[in-house]
Design a protein around this ligand. Structure first.
Ligand code: ZN
Length: 287
């Protein structure tokens, strides 16, 4: 699943390409993606303008004119592809080889703009969704998700961070980092990388961590997310135009997905199951 840096990369890519465009049509062939009948989507979306693009946790929000919004969750395999005559911008799960002509059999929704460019919502496993909501419905739907604080929220001070640790002392640190009700946006990739940065093993309980380790985790979250956003995330995003290399953070990963390989220290990276998820860690670098 794309995590905060990947979704932020999609958000920034869309921002550059679709803000200011006017919607001329909407189509959808998979009812479960949308929260109203297709006819209602078509009627409401026609002539609305994309005013801004935002992100909350791992979701994209398209703010539209007349106080409407599209709240989009890509889940495991969702993908947003912006296509015009001159460019194709892919965000989310990588495009399946051989299906790079759009729309393809994984395209479940299409927004058409008045300039004839399109925003395609593709999803192989169909867990993603695209909800059409008024401003107040959007606020309500997000509030009901009980999401935790954003990692870059200025209210996420070290003291506030420590208070979150006191809330859930028996969680393992990887579970703590992935718990969207505490801090929103980290998943499997960045929880492993933050644990490596802080030299703590992912299965340590929150209450076993020293003050120094908590400080390092706090610093690590921001530092790693910033570096990954700068590299345009890990593998999930690829631009097939001249806008530059994307998804380059995969080259900077230290442990995620590397179990069985050598760590930079020369030790072997191991894997552990924690709460149904795989964690990779180096037993020499992490205590
Ligand atoms: Zn190591």
């Amino acid at each position: 699943m794309p995590e905060l840096p990947e979704v932020e990369t999609i958000k920034r890519g869309l921002e550059k390409n679709i803000v200011g465009k006017t919607i001329s049509d909407f189509d959808c062939n998979w009812r479960k993606i949308i929260n109203k009948p297709l006819a209602a989507y078509k009627k409401i979306l026609k002539d609305l303008k994309i005013e801004s693009v935002n992100r909350r946790a791992k979701m994209i929000i398209l703010n539209l004119s007349k106080s409407w919004n599209l709240l989009i969750h890509l889940k495991m395999t969702g993908q947003l592809v912006y296509g015009s005559k001159t460019k194709c911008l892919v965000g989310g799960h990588p495009i399946v080889e051989g299906y790079d002509c759009l729309p393809n059999k994984f395209t479940h929704a299409t927004i058409t703009f008045t300039d004839k460019s399109h925003l395609y919502f593709n999803d192989i496993r169909k867990f993603g969704w695209m909800h059409l909501l008024t401003d107040s419905e959007l606020e309500k739907e997000i509030a009901e998700m009980k999401l935790g604080i954003e990692p870059f929220d200025k209210n996420l001070t070290l003291d506030y961070f420590k208070s979150l640790f006191k809330k859930r002392p028996n969680l393992k640190i990887k579970q703590f980092l992935m718990d969207q009700s505490l801090i929103a946006g980290l998943g499997n990739i960045y929880s492993d990388e933050v644990d490596f940065y802080a030299h703590v093993r992912p299965m340590r309980t929150v209450k076993s961590l020293s003050e120094k380790e908590i400080n390092l985790i706090y610093k690590g979250i921001k530092k790693i997310l910033i570096a990954s956003i700068k590299a345009q995330g890990t593998t999930f995003s690829n631009y097939r135009n001249a806008e530059g290399e994307a998804g380059a953070y995969s080259k900077q990963l230290r442990v995620y997905g590397k179990w069985g390989e050598d760590c930079l220290c020369g030790g072997k990276i191991l894997r552990a199951k924690i709460g149904g998820r795989s964690a990779s860690y180096c037993p020499k670098c992490q205590k």
